[in-house]
Design a protein around this ligand. Structure first.
Ligand code: PLP
Length: 420
């Protein structure tokens, strides 16, 4: 019998195979400091690249709209059970395609178009989907953004309270994308209760830290908790919503059929594997090391004359104010990238510069900590960053640092990437 012609990727599509190999090399020889990025394990990659991508399964386990769910139901139930245990939640929906759709589903569950909502403004470190004006969430809802205080750049709870009393939001978001401090969920809850708002915590960046007990958990405080699965949690790209039993039905209906069609089952399997990994003692050690590394890196950068928004960090990220170094964020990010240090330019609170060319740089330790790097490597990194920031246009400095960075990187091979 003739077999189907089914060649491996390198034969079928050498162009894409070559690009994947090039990205493997980039992820191996560079220091990846973008705080929302990480390395998944080989096991997570295998599950996410599996035949589960072939199956349609609209609905939920035991209530599907297609036949043939004997296996898929078990995969999704395993993912949900593991996440419930990991976070101590009553209910979890693991179907959102990513963090943004997870947040959209929350709006759909609790709001009508035009309803008042509240979230941290983008320039203060909030996410687009918390009601920022260019996002659908700022266009379809009446959004009132709170910010941080001018003096210490911490969340301004006086402003949160006064805006909440004035506008009576249906939902109140807490959770951030560029904020280096602990989120005080209990303070938000107190204000939300006062005005009858549903408190929604978006822990996209910090869910790995929360799972490991290194950041306070919003479970039991916020009624609804959303997250990505691919940041500090170290799973495949995806999203999830955790909630109390009372809101389970509304959340499930909002995700499907409200917002999405069939779940991405290969991703669900990858999330299940990541949840299993996050239950291991090694993951707690990892999350602690992420935070310790960020602290050491921050102190070393301070010693080099870099200014840090809020003066330091409690979590996995640092927001650098480069004003004292006299170099714009974009110039810094591009020079660092050429030197093998990958970060992103970012606005700082009350930034006098424009968003496409701001004063700040956002860096984080999740990915480099996944490679096993520790305090010594953080101090070397701060040295290199300082050298590049002091001479962003000097090709000799850039080339030398890039070489030294690659040498260090070769000593710390990342998970999930075959070493050639
Ligand atoms: C990353 C992030 C998201 C969005 O996740 P995507 O998967 O990129 O859609 C939502 N909220 C916060 C706070 C984030 O940091």
């Amino acid at each position: 019998m003739a077999t189907l012609h089914d060649p491996p990727l390198a034969q079928r599509d050498p162009e894409i195979a070559r690009l994947i190999a090039a990205e493997e090399l980039r992820e191996t020889v560079k220091l990846r400091l973008i705080p929302s990025e990480n390395y998944v394990s080989r096991a997570v990659l295998e599950a996410s690249g599996s035949v589960l991508t072939n199956k349609y399964s609209e609905g939920y386990a035991g209530k599907r709209y297609y036949e043939g769910q004997q296996i898929i139901d078990q995969v999704e139930e395993l993912a949900c059970a593991r996440l419930k245990t990991l976070f101590g939640a009553d209910h979890v929906n693991v179907q959102p395609y990513s963090g943004s759709p997870a947040n959209l589903a929350v709006y759909l569950a609790f709001c009508q178009p035009g309803d008042p909502i509240m979230g941290l403004g983008l320039p203060a470190g909030g996410h687009l989907t918390h009601g920022w004006n260019v996002s659908i969430t700022g266009k379809y809802f009446q959004s009132h953004a709170y910010g941080v205080r001018r003096d210490d750049h911490r969340i301004d709870f006086d402003q949160v309270r006064s805006l909440a009393r004035e506008h009576k939001p249906k939902i109140m978001w807490c959770g951030t994308t560029a904020y280096p401090r602990i989120i005080e969920f209990d303070k938000f809850r107190e204000i939300a209760d006062e005005v009858g708002a549903i408190l929604c915590a978006d822990i996209a960046h910090i869910s790995g830290l929360v799972a490991a007990g290194v950041h306070p958990s919003p479970i039991g405080i916020a009624k609804v908790v959303t997250s990505t699965t691919h940041k500090t949690l170290r799973g495949p790209r995806g999203g999830m919503i955790l909630c109390d039993a009372e809101h389970a039905k509304a959340i499930d209906r909002a995700v499907f059929p409200g917002l999405q069609g069939g779940p991405h089952n290969h991703t669900t399997a990858g999330i299940a594997v990541a949840a299993l990994e996050a239950q291991q003692p090694a993951f707690e050690a990892y999350a602690r090391a992420v935070v310790d590394n960020a602290k050491v890196l921050g102190e070393a950068l301070l010693a080099k004359g870099v200014s840090l928004v809020t003066g330091g960090t409690d979590n996995h990220l640092l927001l650098l104010d480069l004003t004292p170094k006299n170099i714009p964020g974009k110039v810094a990010a591009q020079a660092l990238d050429r030197a093998g240090i990958v970060a992103n330019y970012n606005s700082i609170p009350f930034d006098p510069r424009k968003p496409f060319d701001p004063s700040g740089l956002r860096i984080g330790t999740p990915a480099i900590t996944s490679r096993g790097m520790g305090a010594d490597e953080m101090r070397r990194l701060a040295d290199w960053m300082d050298q590049v920031l002091c001479a962003p246009d000097d090709p000799a400095t850039i080339t030398r640092v890039a070489g030294e960075v690659e040498q260090l990187c070769r000593q710390f091979p990342p998970p999930g990437i075959p070493q050639r």
